[in-house]
Design a protein around this ligand. Structure first.
Ligand SMILES: Cc1cc2nc3c(=O)[nH]c(=O)nc-3n(C[C@H](O)[C@H](O)[C@H](O)COP(=O)(O)O)c2cc1C
Length: 161
């Protein structure tokens, strides 16, 4: 390999993304979530989307295991604190987050730009990550507003001018 892991991350960081939180509910009823920027659309018909989850993440066992439903919440710029909460190790701050049932028992975050309620469609090998493909069976266009962006390892916002 002619490049270092740092070079790889730095180059990947040149691709601007939005930020989402994937939420789910474990078999014992407890809520879990992870901040991701690996969200991508896959297919229009059927409606499929994907994200990748690090095999070392605490939530990996849920998304690649018992949790076959999840909700992908696209964050607004003023939801950066929620992104930070769900990217912190051992996060446990649900009492500070507004959410509602997505109609399938999953917690949908209030105030998001959009939310996709998914049933797991497939899991693919993704090296040190697992690629989780979800079949979207419900969606909500949420609040209007600016998206939270991530570029160069930092949160950003759209410039309006
Ligand atoms: C903007 C941003 C995007 C992220 N995207 C991903 C991602 O796509 N997949 C992933 O596994 N982790 C991603 N992470 C890291 C996880 O959010 C973080 O490692 C995890 O929640 C840490 O908690 P845990 O160690 O308790 O699992 C991202 C973090 C941030 C701040």
């Amino acid at each position: 390999m002619s490049f270092s892991p740092r070079d790889f991350r730095d180059c990947l960081g040149q691709f601007t993304t939005g930020v989402a939180v994937v939420t789910t509910r474990a078999e014992d009823g407890s809520k879990a979530g992870i901040t991701i920027n690996s969200f991508a659309s896959v297919s229009l018909d059927p409606a499929l989307v994907l994200f990748s989850v690090d095999q070392r993440a605490a939530t990996h066992a849920l998304f690649a295991g018992s949790c076959t439903r999840f909700c992908i919440n696209i964050l607004r710029q003023d939801q950066q604190a929620i992104s930070e909460l769900f990217s912190a190790p051992g996060q446990n701050g649900w009492e500070t987050v507004g959410f509602e049932d997505d109609g399938h028992g999953m917690p949908r975050l209030r105030g998001s730009l959009a939310a996709f309620s998914c049933k797991r469609h497939a899991i693919h090998d993704g090296g040190d990550h697992s690629i989780i493909v979800g079949h979207v069976d419900n969606l909500v266009m949420g609040e209007t507003g600016e998206p939270l962006l991530y570029y160069g390892g930092r949160y950003r916002g759209l410039k309006s001018e």
